[in-house]
Design a protein around this ligand. Structure first.
Ligand SMILES: [Fe+2]
Length: 252
């Protein structure tokens, strides 16, 4: 598969219940699966043509995500999941999940994961010698409401080194996963913070060919959504398709 945007692909249309041909819209929005500057993509990208796997009745009629994974009161507040307050810059992250026409998508599970304020993930494979925070796990989830809105309270993550090239550091970012009506309908992306000096050095951010599309991964500081004397706020809307689509880590 190429990522020129012009390659027809087969996808399953759950409305018509038929496979259909799909041409990626707006070339340049989605990152290529193999991007030499991002070295590990050489190991991960498909080497063979993709195989069409139609969804069957199991995927389409399985239990709704809401009943499988109930979202608790504190799931969207990463600052209150432990006994004490985590260290860092308290931050509200909010936005809407929208389709091509800007129609809100309700009942979508939005999951996030991130490093703590010092740039360390709570994960056994993270060897970055920065401190862990006993009061911060770095994972949360929310379900969009009828207007497609989600909201998290968290700590602004720190940048971290990742060894891709000389003194490579990732810009501060939050990973996002969106689940649709089935587990096979999952989109993954990353949200960044405005004004980060590391953008120009980051091949993951720069793997998205179109500059305007890259900007759509950068959240917007919103003074009116800050909480006085408590938290700053950043808005991040996610568009699933169309010329204004949010870049995702995997093709639709
Ligand atoms: Fe990360």
């Amino acid at each position: 598969m190429t990522d020129s945007g012009a390659t027809p692909r087969q996808i399953y249309d759950p409305v018509s219940e038929t496979p259909s041909s799909y041409v990626r819209e707006a070339p340049g929005i989605q990152p290529p699966l193999d991007f030499p500057e991002y070295k590990s993509t050489a190991l991960r990208h498909p080497k063979q043509p993709l195989i069409y796997l139609p969804q069957n009745i199991t995927e389409l009629t399985g239990p709704a995500l809401g009943s499988l994974a109930p979202v608790g009161d504190l799931d969207n507040d990463l600052t209150r999941q432990h006994g004490g307050a985590p260290i860092g810059e308290r931050t509200v992250v909010f936005g809407r999940v929208l389709d091509t026409e800007g129609k809100p998508l309700r009942n979508t599970m939005v999951e996030i994961w991130q490093a703590n304020a010092s740039g360390r993930y709570r994960h056994r494979w993270d060897r970055f010698p920065a401190p862990l925070d006993p009061n911060f796990s770095g994972a949360g989830r929310a379900i969009t409401d009828d207007e497609g809105r989600y909201r998290f309270v968290t700590i602004k993550p720190g940048p971290y080194p990742w060894g891709n090239h000389y003194n490579a550091w990732r810009p501060a970012h939050i990973h996002f996963s969106l689940l649709g009506r089935a587990f096979t309908q999952r989109l993954v992306t990353q949200m960044y913070f405005p004004g980060d000096p590391l953008f120009r050095y980051d091949p993951i951010f720069n793997s998205i060919p179109d500059a305007a599309a890259r900007k759509r991964l950068v959240s917007r500081f919103s003074i009116q959504d800050t909480e006085p004397d408590w938290a700053l706020a950043y808005e991040f809307d996610i568009y699933l398709r169309g010329p204004g689509a949010t870049p995702f880590e995997e093709a639709l």
